[in-house]
Design a binder for this molecule. Structure first.
Ligand SMILES: Nc1nc2c(c(=O)[nH]1)N[C@H]1C(S)=C(S)[C@@H](COP(=O)(O)O)O[C@H]1N2
Ligand SMILES: [Mo]
Length: 388
């Protein structure tokens, strides 16, 4: 049936994969960018684990969490956010360097090749997901239906697994291109050309720029430059940023007017604000280190948590539960292990930098403890329970 045949018009169509010239897409560039990206991800992963376990310790660990060094969480979380931000231009450079591999033909050469490509797909997806969700978390924007912390934590392990596999698979290329003096391979000259040096200098400049314009949110001597940071460490009442304001938490003057502190334990008691202020007061310098990346040190004055628990008849090293006046919110109830309650720096603070706490900073009383994520520095505390 002659007329049923499809007639070909013009020359046969062939799909040509794009051709990539130049040496910026080669294994040496991929290694040069990859080792910095790998280092940033390694630091980000380790500090992320620290943050996770300080924030949500399993029961067996809660009592053993150390309260020193007092500034520990400030450093680790500052590094977590800074390395995560630095990893963004590094990841973009790395993806640009290797994207011609998307066009390798045949796409699947063997089962091993297929598995390798699958692991790279997982690695890319997990990296983009972690850096994207982490960055949005620094600006407290959650445009997704899942809960950030558990998902960010789970995908971190996926990323780690895919990265370890990737390094193992690429180990021969990594070692032969690790440094300028590495032997290189037959098809690649070992020395760096000017184009590669320019690319690497550009990537370094991008990393430097995003770091310098954000790191001042936690590394306060550089705060003048934190143009792109979501928080400026000096902006906020009493010279300290606020994450959740009293208005957002629905705590108004009426809620705190007849405030009492209740402490429960073998000998429970209740104190008015005047009675609390008449107990021995201590002043400590401790940072608020928010998990979102900003941190700032301040001078806090109040009563040692140790003293409050002792007065309730609780033995040294007793864990506590603090309850906020706030009616709703993920951080209304906080638990603290014995390592923190025993530390003389851990206070139920009434004053900040010499002034009575403002309502936004937790008036009448808030917790301040060393080496602790900001989320657990509970504001508007009205009840402390000894957990025996
Ligand atoms: N009751 C209560 N306390 C809270 C919060 C909250 O939402 N509710 N937010 C926490 C977070 S996330 C941080 S970073 C610190 C910030 O303290 P600041 O507002 O005094 O700087 O308070 C913590 N205390
Ligand atoms: Mo926070």
């Amino acid at each position: 049936m002659e007329d049923m045949r499809i007639r070909r018009i013009g020359p046969p169509i062939t799909v040509r994969p794009p051709r990539f010239a130049g040496r910026l897409h080669d294994a040496r560039t991929a290694t040069a960018v990859g080792r910095w990206l790998g280092a940033a991800i390694a630091v980000c992963f380790m500090t992320g684990l620290i943050s996770h376990y300080l924030q949500r310790p399993p029961d067996w660990l809660a009592g053993a969490l150390p309260s020193r060094p007092a500034w520990g969480y400030r450093i680790t979380q500052g590094l977590h956010v800074a390395t995560g931000i630095a990893a963004i231009p590094l990841l973009m450079a790395k993806l640009w360097t290797v994207y011609p591999r998307l066009f390798v033909w045949p796409a699947l050469r063997s089962v091993r090749h297929g598995l390798e490509r699958l692991s790279v797909a997982v690695l890319v997806a997990a990296s983009v997901f972690q850096l994207g969700t982490g960055l949005l978390n620094t600006v407290q924007w959650y445009p997704w239906p899942f809960s950030f912390v558990p998902v960010h934590f789970a995908v971190a392990w996926l990323l780690l697994g895919a990265l370890v596999l990737h390094i193992a698979v690429k180990y021969p290329q990594i070692t032969s291109h690790w440094s300028r003096n590495s032997p290189g391979t037959l098809e690649l000259p070992a020395e760096d050309g000017p184009d590669r040096r320019s690319l690497l200098a550009g990537v370094a400049a991008a990393v430097g720029a995003v770091t310098l314009t954000t790191v001042g949110q936690s590394l306060t001597p550089l705060r003048r430059f934190d143009l792109l940071a979501p928080r400026h460490p000096d902006h906020g009442p009493q010279g300290l940023p606020v994450n959740r304001t009293a208005t957002a938490a629905r705590v108004g003057p009426a809620n705190v007017a007849d405030w009492r502190l209740t402490v429960t334990g073998p000998r429970s008691y209740t104190l008015t604000l005047d009675q609390l202020a008449a107990l021995p007061q201590h002043t400590v310098t401790l940072p608020i280190a928010c998990v979102e990346g900003w941190s700032k040190s301040a001078r806090w004055t109040g009563v040692r948590v140790q003293d409050l628990l002792e007065r309730a008849g609780a033995p040294p090293g007793t864990a506590l539960r603090a309850v906020s006046l706030e009616r709703r919110g993920a951080y209304r109830v906080m638990e603290m292990g014995g390592g923190y309650t025993d530390d003389p720096l851990t206070l139920l603070a009434l004053r900040l930098n010499g002034e009575v706490l403002s309502l936004d900073h937790g008036y009448p009383a808030r917790i301040i403890a060393p080496n602790r994520p900001g989320v657990w520095q509970t504001k508007w505390v009205s009840r402390i329970e000894a957990v025996l």
